[in-house]
Design a binder for this molecule. Structure first.
Ligand code: GAR
Length: 205
């Protein structure tokens, strides 16, 4: 059996997506070697600690700039051996300097069908627009806001949805399946870029 992929996770909040990774791919296809946050009391950090995963806090306020913070974080993650960085509810924008340290190896989960509703409050944006199909996207991170190439997407019809909590409850199981699936594919070397269209990601499961 091939060695498992060393993965770092960045999370700012509750950490249910981190938990999904800890409960599925961790110790199997992947090894979560570090969890970092920009929020010192993020519950995600406790989830990592409960599984013995090293944690780090990189607050904007304790660094000279956002880029300096990101470089310190990149140094720590690289020192932990990370070869894939997963954003699981990480709400700060990563600087190009960070992305350069992990080329084509930073992925994000977003609670909408991109390119619709990027950025913050995606579910609220979708409800305000009045869509009847919601969904989840896992994508590569580039220097834009939720603009990187799409790896996996899954939709759900919720024609009568009225509030964000209701939609979130429906999207949770999708996120918690899709993100581990993307990590499995990455670990298996099954994700590649279509040479004819660099926006198109080929997943050879
Ligand atoms: C998830 O719904 C994730 O898709 C979203 O934050 C939530 C984190 O939940 N991410 C974004 O909106 C990024 N633009 P969690 O802390 O329970 O994993």
């Amino acid at each position: 059996m091939s060695a498992s992929l060393p993965v770092a996770v960045l999370a700012s909040g509750t950490g249910t997506n981190l938990q999904a990774l800890l409960d599925t791919v961790h110790g199997a296809e992947a090894e979560i070697v570090a969890v970092a946050s920009d929020v010192p009391d993020a519950p995600a950090l406790e989830r990592a600690q409960a599984r013995g995963v090293p944690t780090g806090v990189f607050e904007r306020a304790t660094h000279a700039s956002g880029e300096q913070r990101d470089l310190a974080m990149a140094d720590w993650l690289a020192g932990q051996g990370a070869r894939l960085v997963v954003l699981a509810g990480y709400m700060a924008l990563l600087s190009p300097a960070f992305l350069d340290r992990f080329p084509a190896a930073v992925i994000n989960v977003h609670p909408a069908l991109l390119p619709s509703f990027p950025g913050l409050r995606a579910i609220e944006q979708a409800l305000d627009y009045g869509v009847k199909v919601f969904g989840v996207t896992v994508h590569f991170v580039d220097s834009g806001v939720d603009t990187g190439p799409v790896i996996l997407q899954r939709a759900i019809e919720l024609p009568d949805a009225r509030d964000a909590d209701e939609v979130l409850v429906a999207l949770r199981p999708i996120e918690h399946a899709l993100l581990p699936e993307a990590v499995r594919l990455f670990a298996a070397g099954a994700i590649s870029i279509d040479p004819e269209n660099p926006r198109r990601i080929i997943c050879a499961a």
